[in-house]
Write a protein that binds this ligand. Structure first.
Ligand SMILES: C[S@@+](CC[C@H](N)C(=O)[O-])C[C@H]1O[C@@H](n2cnc3c(N)ncnc32)[C@H](O)[C@@H]1O
Length: 343
């Protein structure tokens, strides 16, 4: 499973974690879920409110696709403008000056490449260390039969984001993908550099992969009674790899209970008042866990990952997971939340 190189080059282009992941997402070979409708047109059998919700979702997706195309066009224009500017600058100076400009540009490029290579090596070191001693976090990929192709695609984008964020962390987690097979695996394999990711890729279930350690498995689920207090290095935390807008409410709780493994929910309610449900997406949960590992402070982790700056507009019913289906910049869809006043 280990790779000599993490292959995260394409994911790793930006300066900030969020930008990094977004760039990586943009590099994905598979089509954007926005390029094809996520859902078929509203069938008459749907209830009025479900039809309304579906229409809203479709309008939202169309708008998102339009915005994405505009941004792409804008970027293209910007590259072209800069190229022209550079050529004009070169043409306007005498030969000797021109050579100097070319030389300094070459040196700058070299410096940037060296810097990138250093960053890549440092990331490789961090992720390799995490394999030895990092907090084990599993993404359970056994739900692919319950998702549409575009939902699987969204999940794949979220996993790519998780991997990118983990790679940027000072204290990365030791990430596992279990139940990684079928359509899920096929789509993951389309990600650039996926085969070189420093992550455990397991076709087996987590029960098999962690045989003999059942008492250490903790399934994270918003439906659990137990509230997570802290992260215990000896435990293996499992996140349900599911994009379902919570139509399979309670499915992970049921699965864990049937398997006789512990469950816990994030202590969101202790720190935040949410504008809607506390069911988060896979990448948000992962980001919160990673932030907590870094800060050992839940409040800090929640506020960094779920800031107040955006309303949860696309989920008016408030019973689905946060509106964020992979192709969108995960950071764009933050849930509205406020701090719980301390009594
Ligand atoms: C989009 S949710 C899936 C919701 C799904 N209906 C279920 O029953 O889990 C993706 C995963 O993130 C994790 N998750 C989401 N919100 C959580 C919370 N508030 N506390 C703990 N885990 C959470 C769970 O592991 C969940 O399976």
């Amino acid at each position: 499973m280990a790779g000599g190189d993490d292959g995260g080059g394409k994911i790793d282009g930006g300066t900030a974690i969020e930008n990094t992941a977004v760039e990586g997402i943009g590099n994905g070979k598979s089509p954007s879920p926005m390029e094809e409708p996520t859902h078929p047109p509203a069938p008459a059998a749907l209830s009025k409110s479900a039809q309304k919700k579906l229409l809203k979702q479709q309008r939202y997706e169309a708008k998102k696709a339009e915005k994405k195309a505009q941004a792409k066009e804008q970027k293209k224009k910007e590259v072209e403008r800069k190229r022209k500017e550079w050529e004009e600058a070169l043409a306007a100076v005498p030969e000797e000056e021109r050579l100097k400009l070319l030389e300094s540009r070459k040196a700058l490029r070299k410096e940037r490449m060296e810097q990138r290579s250093e960053e890549k090596n440092a990331k490789f070191e961090r992720l390799s260390r995490a394999r030895e001693q990092g907090q084990k976090i599993v993404i359970d990929l056994e739900f692919s039969d319950l998702m549409t192709t575009s939902e699987i695609h969204s999940l794949v984008q979220q996993i790519m984001y998780c991997y990118a964020v983990n790679g940027k962390c000072e204290t990365p987690g030791h990430l596992w993908l279990t139940g990684c097979q079928g359509e899920m695996e096929t789509q993951l394999r389309t990600l650039p550099g996926f085969d070189k990711w420093i992550i455990e890729k397991e076709a087996r279930s987590y029960i098999e992969a962690f045989e003999g350690q059942k008492e250490n498995l903790v399934y994270l689920t918003a439906d659990a009674e137990t509230v997570l207090d802290e992260l215990d290095a000896s435990k293996v935390y499992i996140v349900g790899g599911l994009v379902d807008r919570n139509r399979f409410k309670g499915i992970t709780l049921k699965k864990a209970e049937e398997q006789g493994i512990q469950t816990a929910k994030l202590p969101i309610g202790n720190f935040l008042k949410m504008s809607s449900s506390q069911v988060l997406t896979v990448n948000q949960v992962m980001e919160i866990l990673l932030k907590y590992l870094e800060t050992r402070d839940w409040k800090e982790a929640f506020f960094q990952v779920i800031p107040q700056r955006k309303r949860c507009e696309a989920d008016p019913a408030g019973d689905g997971e946060i509106e964020e289906e992979g192709d969108e910049q995960p950071s764009e869809s933050k849930r509205k939340c406020t701090e719980v006043p301390s009594s």
